[in-house]
Write a protein that binds this ligand. Sequence first.
Ligand SMILES: Cc1ncc(COP(=O)(O)O)c(C=O)c1O
Length: 391
Amino acid sequence: MTEYNIPIAKTQLTSDEISSVLEPLKSGWLVQGPKVGEFEEKWCQFTNAKHSIAVTSCTSALHLSLEALDFGEGDEAIVPAFTWISTANVVEHLRGKVVFCDIDLNTFNLDVSKIEELITPSTKVIIPVHLFGLPANMEPILSIAKAHNLKVVEDAACGFGSQYRGRHVGLFGDTGCFSFHPRKSITTGEGGMITTENDELAKKLRCLRDHGAELSDLQRHVGPRPYLLADHPLAGYNQRMTDIQGVLGSTQMDRAGKILEERRQLASNYNDAFVTLEWLRTPTPTPDLIHGYQSYPCLFAPQKIDLKSVADINLKRNSWMEKLQSIGISTRPATHAVHMLSYYKNKYGLKPSDYPNSYIANDCSVSFPLYNGMTSSEQNFVIDAISGATF
Ligand SMILES: Cc1ncc(COP(=O)(O)O)c(C=O)c1O
């Protein structure tokens, strides 16, 4: 009998992609040079964004976006309570106040009906997250933002290939922020991209990522007076992507469609196999949403799910995850309820039940393995193990 050891995610790079990293090493241009430029250009073509600005991570993309929008001390940001912690951390880094908003359990995304009641005179920005590749409900978010004169920074860390009403995510807000961490569909090890339609903002973001320089090294070197240094109108950061990362991202973009198609097929196999399991709620895109399937998060609901049953379901989920691990199938909770993590719980005096759906998602969600290169025998093994479970 075959022994399985199926990870939750796995990086798949072609041999051409692997050898492409030698190009910048041989050329000697290692940081934010022509290869980063190529990657940004391909990102613009793929998403239809006007500007794409490569940075060191999605976290730095979010941080620079807020800073470029003059978000600072005392300003409030509305953030989903169920997300990766850095969506909230960047607000703290800029000495702002995190205002959590609960999520919709059907999508794991912001519950848009709860946003308006959180707005105060200090609210400056809404940060919707397209969690796991399922687009957030942007239309109501944008109209609330417009009515209250708020900025919108999209956390599209998992949003590669995700579309809302025919348009790639990341193009709706003031900026969109993407991640190239190895758990994402395209990876540069660490890395991120900011998209924006706003020329002024793009200029400021390019300046902020590069120590506040008004010209990049590449622009200076190919320009008329390469021997003169640039001015620095801002006190910026070093958030430059290397060309080694840039070429890795750029070469993967050449098979972007295939990468996404394979993930959608894997997700569709799971959807078909699990449709009859009443105790498992699978991701549910509506016809106007295209899911990028960065991962495949489900809600484990072997009994009616509410604040009374959550602890009991959590115990059952954890022992089931343990059982799956013992037969070689990795699973994970989908992500955190950030308000339950010590820093936020203590700083803001929060209880799990303050954001009940996020609490439920934290304790009752489970993601199954999904990665490019997953074989049908691996996926069938996962499907059989899940479909055969009883609770
Ligand atoms: C929703 C969300 N936001 C932000 C991030 C941070 O991305 P990075 O690791 O590129 O900083 C992640 C990473 O997993 C994420 O899932």
